[in-house]
Design a protein around this ligand. Structure first.
Ligand SMILES: NC(=O)c1ccc[n+]([C@@H]2O[C@H](COP(=O)([O-])OP(=O)(O)OC[C@H]3O[C@@H](n4cnc5c(N)ncnc54)[C@H](OP(=O)(O)O)[C@@H]3O)[C@@H](O)[C@H]2O)c1
Length: 350
């Protein structure tokens, strides 16, 4: 068996040039409890770009180059969204898994507790899917053999839909509630729209340009253009009793401008900050109304199992925006950063 593979390897923090394509990178071998997955599709996420740039900052130094946990080990193969086929198994893993189509849970959990949060993820604290093969814990390779979704669609799920499920669960979004979703055309945003609508929530969505039609088609009841001068007033008119929850991946000045749109005891759950991570904020708008501000990072095992069930039964329909070969990773990330896409950008390493 060939011992090498093609991989996009991150060598240091920086621009697209620090991602090196190697055609002779060592192919991973399965350790105990592991399987090796031949990666058929791997989706691109904002976190790949922020990690490449070292854009996570440090407490007290928001502009420091750092990974999401601070320190970061190079070289690293990025890519947390992995669909593929098991090709090899570790010494203690059933050979029946070989040949099985799988969706990989990219989280590295801190304990065996099914509700524990991730303390790392594939592509950051361990090698991920921007390569032809990846070694993962066997319990993280979930069987999706009979899913009606294509491998490209499956690869859209782990990070975006996993994060979206985590946000909706942590904010306890329920049927009949009115929920505002920001950045609604993006990977996490469109997943939030689909999943919140599927729960029976009424979804108000903020998007831009001509993307509104697609966001409506994915389950939003009403869309708002983020460039409208009177955006908060328009949303307030659509939710006269106040919003029950805001599922936010944009952050920036919108947090301060739109927090007053929440009803008393409302929830603001935040998982991203594409419009700016450091903001000024009037705390009185929070405590005087018993609003809960909830930080949300990825998902738990329980959340991911729910997602796998939706994938197996085809109850989610991830939208593939475009597909690139692995050696076009710089182009794929440039397209992602241009933010004209709707849904997810997928790489095919084979
Ligand atoms: N916490 C976690 O576990 C976790 C996991 C995954 C991602 N994230 C974070 O979530 C965020 C979104 O990730 P993603 O993969 O969904 O990215 P994405 O596909 O690029 O979507 C982001 C969307 O935000 C909107 N947007 C972009 N720039 C904006 C601006 N300046 N002001 C307002 N809206 C803007 C755009 O949507 P419209 O054009 O529709 O407005 C864009 O499509 C990122 O910050 C990412 O790091 C966090």
């Amino acid at each position: 068996m060939n011992n090498v593979m093609t991989a996009a390897v991150l060598t240091r923090f920086g621009g697209p040039d620090v991602l090196e394509l190697h055609r002779d990178w060592p192919r991973p071998k399965p350790r105990p409890h592991q399987v090796v997955v031949k990666v058929t599709a791997a989706a691109v996420n904002n976190t790949d770009i922020w990690t490449r740039q070292g854009a996570y900052g440090l407490p007290g130094d928001p502009s420091a180059q750092a990974g999401w946990l601070g320190s970061f080990d190079f070289p690293r193969i990025q890519g947390g969204d992995i669909a593929g086929v098991v090709t090899e198994v570790g010494p203690d893993v059933s050979r029946e898994l070989v040949g099985r189509r799988v969706l990989v849970d990219p989280a590295l959990y801190g304990s065996e507790d099914l509700n524990s949060s991730p303390v790392g993820y594939l592509g950051s604290e361990a090698d991920g899917g921007f390569a032809q093969y990846v070694a993962v814990d066997a319990s993280h390779a979930h069987d999706v053999q009979d899913s009606p979704l294509s491998d490209d669609q499956l690869a859209c799920l782990p990070v975006a839909f996993g994060t979206a499920i985590g946000m909706l669960e942590r904010a306890q979004v329920r049927a009949g509630e009115t929920v505002l979703v920001t950045g609604a055309s993006g990977g996490v945003g469109l997943a939030l729209v689909q999943l919140a609508a599927a729960r029976g929530a009424r979804v108000l969505a903020i998007t831009s340009g001509s993307k509104g039609e697609v966001v409506l088609a994915n389950g939003a009841a009403q869309v708002f253009n983020r460039d409208s001068a009177d955006l908060p007033a328009r949303i307030a008119a659509a939710a006269p009793d106040g919003l029950d929850a805001v599922a936010d991946i944009v952050g920036g000045p919108g947090v301060s401008a739109m927090m007053p749109l929440l009803r008393d005891n409302g929830r603001w759950v935040i998982a991203g900050a594409v419009a700016g991570p450091v903001i000024e904020f009037d705390l009185r708008r929070l405590y005087l109304h018993n609003v809960q501000l909830i930080g949300s990072s990825m998902h738990t095992r329980v959340h991911f199992r729910r997602l796998v069930e939706l994938a197996r039964t085809g109850q989610v329909t991830p939208l593939v925006s475009s597909i690139f070969a692995l050696d076009e990773i710089a182009e794929a990330q440039a397209e992602f950063s241009a933010r004209r896409h709707i849904g997810k950008i997928v790489l095919r390493p084979h």
